[in-house]
Design a protein around this ligand. Structure first.
Ligand code: DAH
Length: 338
């Protein structure tokens, strides 16, 4: 092959190269140590002496020419590969999307959040106490003395002689007063446990305790706060009514009713014809409880309340069995999508 033929076949071959793999094969064939262009210099030994210089020059020219063409081709192949990759990775934004169903909050979580929102707006802080309590915090310092009949009202899960699963969130009151001086304004949400199970009771349920301790706290403050609370949770038209009741840790104690938000007070199945629905218990903190926590009852007074969150959820959403709130049946829970 003379030089022109070599150039022609080199060019024709390079023309056919389409991708990096073919380019590598081409390089091996022509430009590697054993390739035909590199091999040209070896032929110099057969060239007459006086032509050696010209021959060498020619081989160098062809080498440079071949390398330049190769480099240009390499750029072209890389560009084409990049373009192909862009094409491949293009996202068609007009394609229909895969719909993923969004979840929703559990009704109890929503109720808890709503209650916290209302009271946080009045300046309450949140405190969470332990679920395993001792007799002192759960009963004695709340003025529920040993052998007091009200201990029977709460069917306690005892763990040892002294330890138990808390039967209410009221021990949170003691823990907060132990750790902080008045003024106090806290909510204590949490799970509580009682050996009790039917349509409106479950061995585990949730309460939200409220405690305010300051100078000159009265029942009026309690009613005002609870009024705001039920209006925010049920409706603006709902009214509250306090009925005398008994709890060892409050004196006086009250049961709080709301006017029936279903019938407006006329009487229906929800309010059992009375026009009123009981929603929570509360009262003025018993001086004995303040003193059990070293709070001077001559200087300070307090109000407290305990809200059963399942009861509120059942009333608000018309749920007839408390168990539904714990079964986690997705079909049931889906109904509470906001
Ligand atoms: N701890 C009571 C219960 O579980 C509820 C309660 C009533 C809490 C009156 C209070 C209160 O803070 O003042 O039945």
């Amino acid at each position: 092959m003379n030089m022109n033929e070599i150039r022609e076949s080199y060019q024709a071959d390079l023309e056919l190269v389409k991708d990096a793999k073919e380019l590598a094969a081409f390089w091996t064939k022509y430009l590697s140590k054993t390739g035909s262009i590199q091999g040209l210099m070896a032929g110099i030994k057969n060239v007459p002496k006086e032509e050696k210089k010209a021959y060498g020059q020619m081989v160098n020219d062809i080498k440079t020419w071949a390398q330049d063409l190769y480099d240009a081709k390499k750029v072209e192949v890389e560009k084409a590969a990049m373009a192909a990759r862009y094409e491949d990775e293009t996202v068609d934004v007009t394609l229909p999307v895969k719909m993923r169903p969004a979840g929703n909050l559990h009704p109890l979580t929503s109720i808890r959040n709503e209650i916290i929102d209302v009271f946080a707006g009045m300046g309450f802080e949140i405190y969470e106490g332990p679920e395993i309590e001792d007799d002192d915090h759960n009963f004695t310092r709340l003025n529920v003395l040993k052998d007091h009949p009200s201990r029977d009202m709460q069917d306690t899960f005892w763990l040892t002689e002294d330890l138990l699963l808390r039967t209410h969130t009221s021990p949170g009151q003691i823990r907060v007063m132990d750790s902080k001086n008045p003024p106090i304004k806290v909510l204590v949400p949490g799970k509580v446990f009682r050996s009790d199970s039917d349509a409106t009771h479950s061995p585990m349920f949730s309460q939200m305790e409220g405690l305010v301790v300051d100078k000159k706290i009265t029942l009026c403050d309690l009613q005002g706060m609870l009024d705001q609370f039920v209006k925010a949770l049920f409706s603006e038209e709902v009214k509250t009514r306090l009925r005398p009741s008994y709890f060892p840790f409050t004196e006086p104690s009250v049961e709080v009713d709301v006017s029936c938000f279903k019938c407006g007070g006329a009487g229906c199945s929800l309010c059992k014809g009375t026009g009123w629905i009981e929603v929570l218990g509360g009262g003025i903190v018993n001086n004995k409880v303040l003193e059990n926590c070293n709070v001077d009852s001559n200087e300070y007074s307090g109000l407290a309340f305990g809200i059963g969150m399942e009861r509120i959820a059942m009333l608000k959403y018309g749920i007839n069995h408390m168990g539904k709130l714990f079964e986690n049946d997705v079909e049931f829970l889906k109904q509470f999508k906001a």
